[in-house]
Ligand binder design. Structure first.
Ligand code: NAD
Length: 259
């Protein structure tokens, strides 16, 4: 396919955060960006996660490979310092991170703790805003910033609970940042995939039922996989998508249209 031409993103620099293993949406994005010729920076959460991400680093050969726990300001600043030193600039940021403490996630929203809510908001939403603030001065000729959301932000999806308002805030932040950064030719886009079996998703109660429902009832009767998501991120990173910003782009075989 011409769009997945190996030179499509040649010379572009892409930071992808959120790879935990080969099932991660971030891995699908990194792999497709690399396939289109982008130079990669990827991160791992901590020493426990590193062996799993090492395998992916061996495969994708990123120019930059660093630890980044977004709750550590030093870790985050360090990633952007390294990008500035090595690349002098950046074109693409894919933020594919979410977290909520299990006891807060697996209960009704009204009963979640303040600490759990703030932690989920910090890691899953504010860290994107913060990274955008650090990335945008390095996007001298413009660029694209991506956040990952889910339709539970817009409609009630049973068991999505606390992540509903967190993702709603993330999508709203995308719109405001698209407005604020548009004059610098920086586009900001929410990607909203349907359910995908990943480690983060396994924290949601009855996720298997959700995935079965998505497969059986979506208009296309199919599930998007991590490479479908990566292909869309790749396309949206190119000039073909130069007039798309601020929007939520669904990749879910039409599942969200059901409500
Ligand atoms: P995943 O478990 O593979 O990825 C989640 C990532 O978040 C992991 O790499 C983890 O290390 C990272 N993370 C958690 N806390 C962090 C912290 N403090 N600092 C840095 N990184 C941290 O699961 P995934 O499903 O690929 O999730 C990626 C994104 O996609 C999330 O935003 C998720 O909400 C979103 N999403 C997932 C689905 C799905 O069904 N899997 C659907 C729609 C949206």
């Amino acid at each position: 396919m011409a769009l997945m031409d190996k030179d499509l993103l040649k010379g572009k620099k892409a930071l992808v955060v959120g790879i935990a293993n080969e099932h991660s949406i971030a891995y699908g994005c990194a792999k497709m960006l690399k396939k289109a010729g982008a130079d990669l920076a990827i991160t791992y959460l901590n020493d426990k996660a590193k062996p799993f991400v090492d395998k992916i680093a061996d495969e994708l050969e990123p120019s930059i490979y660093l630890k980044c726990d977004v709750t550590s300001e030093q870790n985050v600043v360090n990633v952007f310092k390294e990008i500035e030193n090595k690349w002098q600039g950046i074109d693409i940021l894919v933020h594919s991170i979410a977290f909520a403490p299990k006891k807060d996630l697996q209960g009704p929203l009204v009963r979640c703790s303040k600490e759990g809510f703030l932690m989920a908001m910090d890691i899953s939403c504010h860290s994107f805003i913060h990274m955008a603030n650090l990335a945008s001065p390095l996007m001298k000729k413009g660029g694209t910033l991506f956040a990952m959301s889910f339709h539970g932000s817009q409609k009630i999806v049973e068991h999505y609970n606390l992540m509903g308002p967190v993702k709603a805030a993330l999508e709203s932040a995308v719109r405001y940042m698209a407005f604020e950064l548009g004059s610098q030719n920086i586009r900001v886009i929410t990607i909203s995939p349907g359910p995908v079996k990943t480690r983060a998703a396994s924290g949601l109660e009855e996720f298997d039922k959700l995935i079965q429902r998505a497969q059986e009832s979506s208009p296309l009767k199919s599930l998007a996989d991590i490479f479908d998501i990566g292909a869309m991120v790749t396309y949206l990173s190119t000039d073909y998508a130069k007039n798309i910003t601020g929007d939520t782009i669904y990749i879910d075989a039409g599942f969200h249209l059901l409500g």
